[in-house]
Design a protein around this ligand. Structure first.
Ligand code: SMG
Ligand code: MG
Length: 371
């Protein structure tokens, strides 16, 4: 396969309601897509970064710059030797920038698999045709507002609730949700690094709610702190932000810092690295589940295929399109009996809808192979 050109598309997609975490509140969701044109066909991918470097160090303008200045020139140079599998080794010299690398690797994997009429799910060795859907519920202004969102999602059929927490919004909302919806509700929390080693006693109080897990309670670089916390509390510690590679996943597991892992392909540099993390986790009896970055249908399609692999034994943050958007940019993903179908078509199995791209696009830029 040979890369001919890449289109970088920046879109502003309104969310149905604000999504507040311990680090930001998003109403208008900025999205960046990578559209790769090769001699064998085209491919699409969504960059997992946010508009600001708040979830990780990456952000859209930076990701687009590193693609333009370093990543794409190297991939153009590969000529006919390009394949999705060749992307990571070629770009190894570029430190970090995993979300930018993941975006181009995924777009090329889409092009490659569309050409060979293979779905992402087949490529990953996925074993299911639908996956159970959880939903991530943001921090709210009040407890009644939280309750009305949680109740609405449960009525729609979501099989697991994740509550975003931060200091001052933890014990009380979790208690209210647990007391109201009972002991059988699959319930977990996500702090996005909002606590410190000084908060271990506070986090231990959450043990009484029999949570599935607590996600990324403290600073992402504090592997040892997570291991100490995992020893101290009953709730299983799950890592998100910390797990940026299969090597880190291996170390976190060995150290006892990760009892469960949230796999986000964008965070780890792509789907090929995600499969490695899945395999290491399965070999160590560590459950994994698929995280989300508020993806449109383009990113969601590929995540659903990954989530259909056998080691993904917990429901993911792969919710239906209607959880996020009035209008998705592909055919919407719908929730049926708490599950979402895994796409079966070649590549990611969905196509962007051109009129909707036009409606939400803020900028479109072509980068062409030099002659
Ligand atoms: O895609 O439903 C989704 C969002 C899931 O909570 C979610 N993601 O830390 O896991 C996480 C957060 C990061 C969101 S950044 C916009
Ligand atoms: Mg998280």
């Amino acid at each position: 396969m040979k890369l001919e050109a890449v289109e970088l598309i920046r879109l502003n997609v309104p969310l149905k309601s604000a999504f507040r975490t311990s680090f930001s509140s998003v109403n208008m969701h900025e999205v960046v897509w990578v559209h790769a044109v090769t001699d064998e066909g085209e491919g699409w991918a969504e960059c997992g970064a946010n508009d600001r470097p708040d979830y990780s160090s990456e952000y859209h303008t930076g990701a687009m710059a590193v693609l333009r200045e370093f990543i794409l020139p190297d991939l153009f140079k590969l000529g006919n030797d390009l394949s999705a599998e060749a992307v990571a080794p070629t770009l190894h010299w570029i430190k970090q920038h995993r979300m930018a690398k993941a975006a181009i690797e995924t777009a090329l994997l889409d092009a490659q698999l569309r050409a060979s009429k293979t779905s992402f799910a087949e490529y990953f060795g996925a074993t299911r045709d639908k996956v159970p859907a959880g939903v991530s519920v943001g921090i709210m202004d009040s407890l009644p507002e939280l309750m009305s969102f949680v109740e609405g999602y449960l009525n729609e059929g979501y099989v697991r609730i994740k509550l975003k927490i931060e200091p001052g919004w933890d014990y009380e909302p979790v208690k209210l949700v647990r007391d109201t919806f009972g002991p059988d509700l699959l319930l977990q929390v996500d702090a996005n690094t909002a606590y410190t080693r000084d908060d271990f006693d506070l986090l231990k109080r959450l043990d009484e709610f029999n949570l599935l897990l607590i996600e990324q309670p403290i600073f992402e670089e504090d592997l040892l702190g997570h291991a100490k916390l995992a020893d101290y509390i009953e709730t299983p510690v799950c890592l998100d932000e910390t797990i940026i590679s299969a090597d880190i996943a291996r170390d976190a597991i060995e150290l006892g810092a990760a009892e469960i892992i949230n796999i986000k392909p964008s965070r780890v540099g792509g789907y090929i690295e995600s499969v490695k993390i899945h395999d290491i986790s399965v070999a160590n009896n560590i459950p994994v589940w698929c995280g989300g970055m508020l993806e449109t249908g383009i990113g969601r399609a590929a995540n659903l295929a990954l989530a259909a692999m056998p080691g993904f034994t917990l429901p993911g943050d792969t919710s239906a399109s209607s959880r996020y958007f009035e209008t998705d940019l592909t055919e919407p993903f719908v929730l049926v009996d708490g599950h979402i179908s895994v796409p079966t078509g070649p590549g990611i199995g969905v196509d962007p809808i051109p009129e909707i791209i036009e409606r939400f696009a803020v900028s479109r830029e072509w980068i062409k192979r030099p002659n």
